[in-house]
Design a protein around this ligand. Sequence first.
Ligand code: NAD
Length: 498
Amino acid sequence: MAAVDLEPLIATNPATGAELGRVAATPPAQVREAVARARDAQAAWGRTPWAERQALLRRWWRLLSRDADAWAGAIRDEIGKPHVEALSGDVLPTLDALRWVVRHGAKALAPRRMGPGHQRWLLIPAGRMGYRPVGVVGIIGTWNYPLFLNAAPIAQALAAGNAVVWKPSELAPLVGQRLQEGLEEAGLPPGLVAAVQGGAEVGRALVGADIDKGFFTGGVENGRRVLAALAGRGIPAVAELSGFDPAIVLPNAPVESTARALTWASFVGAGQTCVSVKRVLVVGDPRPLADALAKHARELRVGDPARGDVDLGPLISGGARERVHARVLSAVEAGAAVAAGGEIPDGPGWFYPATVLTASDAAPETALAGIFGPVVVVRDVPDAEAAVAAANASPFGLAASVWSRDLRAARSVASRIEAGMVTVNEAVTPTMHATAPFGGTKASGFGRTHGSHGLHEFTYPQVIFTRRPGGVRPQLFPYDRLPVAKVLHLYRRLFHNP
Ligand code: NAD
């Protein structure tokens, strides 16, 4: 391991650069030990009755709820989000996700009976399908929703009877530490959940340890590295990766309310939201919408969230801001015009203004693909067909939205977009739905989180078929007692007459 990974992680406030605290990095050998301890703890936890798991998860949920405002403050300082946004976009959806698990986990995990098989001549008995825990889940998290994106899969993995070793992002180690402390305060069995802290090197150690399933949230490149490493050992994983979400605006969409909604959907989290809108495809004249969007973008107040009167905080790091600005410059080189923002402001903090670009073709979009910052590009497309083609031309497929007064037309367009989540006259917020499966397609990953789909990711279905002792069994040997013609006749006659 490189020495730099053993240096403590220094958490800084991205709005001021002030140091917030230090967290010791976990040496790779300790990552392996944490996984081994988790495996020991899982053996008992996997057999724990639901009521006991539920009680512990409820206790954890209560602790988070009790400290909701303090959590929002911690996220505000470490990530640089406005306080109300940290509360409503990170803490409250976490509480909702935990409530879902506590209230609905038992039903989602309940065993299901399967009747006797259709081919009754084989006398296949009735079965009972249950969901078994996979074992030890390795969760690698990101920083942009440092509570929600980690707590929700941790809760689901635990509810399903697994142990968890998880790595918070190196850019949010304090929130990670706090989350782990909360889990311990809830009284979970020792070693059942462990946080390991550090950067990519520690992530690689977790991926290389004796885990049974991976759950990765982050960028496409690192996600694929993790997937490749796990696949080589036959270990499955959920990959929640980047998006580049389109909004298709149909001709009769109301300009002002659509522009206002898109302003929030593009710039929430300073555009560092995986499901934020990054490209607006307007069927017809794009100017009224682009002008309104640019006007609202210019009105957004950018600054230190500690001040309170702020809509957009900083980007997470200087490197992130450089990458965003470089993409904007490339888009401009590719033909985009800047309608709002687009310049790095003077002064401390990693601020970047809400930026609206306009384009007359797809080239600037290509330059921006996968950008993670407060930038949206608007362009026109001739018709809905072309809008769908443009939306689907991207390698990403996380979320998308369609805007129109004509709901039938909007739903028809929505159903043709290649994305895991599509919204009509709405964006971003529905992806926090605690029951709806969250996840993408194509380069945006696979597997799901939230609701029963998310819960089942941490299980494998097992069917137990039971025949009463004795009784008649289909004894097929020796085969000459069972002529082929007789079998076919029986089958066609009794069970399968097409
Ligand atoms: P990142 O890929 O740089 O890092 C994500 C995590 O992976 C971090 O904890 C990092 O330490 C770890 N890591 C990096 N390389 C690794 C390796 N080789 N092996 C194991 N672990 C490794 O991403 P980021 O900057 O933290 O997050 C931003 C990205 O995440 C954006 O692209 C965004 O779109 C995406 N994202 C996706 C979702 C989603 O649910 N689909 C949610 C939030 C963010």
